[in-house]
Design a protein around this ligand. Structure first.
Ligand code: AKG
Ligand code: FE2
Length: 356
């Protein structure tokens, strides 16, 4: 007798089975413990990308200042969240549409067709989510595909054409990220290539994370992704026209609505650590509030140093009044911490913060 093929469950297949309520393992506690608000104008800074390479020194110095302010999340007088929206970034609208359409095609493949991309370990080249009902964790209502796309490009070879589109899109986002990092360096009074050189970013990691949040019968009881910060320096995020991202700031969750075709940019863990806390990793979560019975998709691309690079506060940010506020950890260890805490309230940065 042939061995039984285990039935693989994804959040998408659960959603399609027509459940009227969510299985209890998806129900999160205390979702309403903090206020959720719509941001006022200016709370989420808008950065006009071409100004970063402007030949007009006045424009240039203004945009660098704006970028620096966008990366800070200081005391309660600070009015902006640590996320900004990048407009006129030069990534063609058609490419952004094609990558989201292609990813929908990937999630629409049958589970059998996707089995080969499962992966077992957080550092595997390609991994995808499979729901495990036996685990004691509070699950997230999302399916994902994660691939390392830099310095080597790894990506599923189906559906047809998606790999090429992903290659093109990740190349474009890398260029934008490297240019942004030049501006970030300058906003800290450092030379433009400071991060690239100090952290060997040519051999750094690029992580591609595609998220699918299928229609959910009780979106108010669960989460697409629990609160977390991202590994890496900066994350570039797009979505399929349905919002759901929220950023924590001054004890409140701010809903994020991206202007059409803008990139949402989050400050990530290693920028906080290297700058000894001057810039702050954005604590964010993906909710399902957008349209309860619509499928939301998002694509996050995070660039950072290579797995064995040790990340600690850089000497430029440490002095007598600012002793090191974080312990040293490799980037690979950050990825492990992210996985281990994907379902808890603790973020990776909570492990490395030193209480001075
Ligand atoms: O879907 C979103 O808006 C957020 C996704 C995200 O935070 C992630 O993939 O790390
Ligand atoms: Fe994230």
């Amino acid at each position: 007798m042939a061995a039984a093929v285990p039935i693989e469950i994804t959040v998408k297949s659960l959603s399609e089975s027509g459940l009227k309520s969510i299985p209890s393992c998806f129900a999160s506690k205390n979702l309403q413990d903090l206020e959720v608000i719509d941001p006022q104008e200016g709370t989420i800074p808008i950065i006009d990308f071409p100004l970063l390479t402007s030949s007009d020194p006045q424009h240039m110095s203004k945009i660098i200042q704006d970028l620096g302010r966008a990366c800070e999340d200081g005391d309660s007088s600070c009015t902006n969240v640590v996320e900004f929206q990048l407009i006129n970034h030069g990534i063609p609208e058609s490419l952004m549409k094609n990558i989201m359409d292609g990813l929908k095609g990937f999630f629409d493949l049958s589970n059998e067709e996707k089995t080969e991309f499962q992966g077992n370990h957080v550092m595997d080249h390609i991994t995808r989510s499979v729901f495990n009902a036996d685990s004691k964790k509070v699950h997230c209502c999302r399916d994902f595909l994660k691939c390392f796309v830099h310095s080597e490009f790894h990506f599923p070879n189906k559906p047809a054409g998606l790999r090429d589109t992903a290659f093109e899109y990740t190349g474009e986002t890398r260029e934008v990220t490297m240019e942004l990092l030049k501006g970030v360096s300058e906003s800290l009074g450092l030379e433009p290539n400071y991060f690239s050189k100090a952290l060997d970013l040519d051999s750094g990691l690029g992580r591609f994370i595609a998220n699918l949040y299928p229609p959910c019968p009780q979106p108010e009881l669960t989460m697409g992704i629990h609160p977390h910060t991202d590994p890496g320096l900066l994350t570039i995020l797009i979505e399929n026209g349905i919002s759901g991202l929220q950023i924590l700031h001054n004890g409140k969750w701010f809903r994020v609505y991206a202007p059409p075709n803008a990139l949402m940019v989050n400050i990530a863990d290693q920028l906080e650590v290297v700058t000894n806390g001057k810039y702050k990793g954005a604590i964010h979560r993906a909710t399902l509030y957008g349209k309860a019975m619509a499928t939301r998709m998002s694509l996050a691309i995070a660039y950072g140093p290579c797995p064995d690079k040790v990340i600690r506060p850089a000497s430029e940010f440490v002095n007598e009044s600012h002793p090191p506020a974080y312990t040293a950890l490799t980037c690979g260890e950050y990825y492990e911490l992210h996985l281990a805490n994907a379902y808890s309230k603790i973020t990776a940065l909570d492990y490395v913060r030193i209480q001075n």
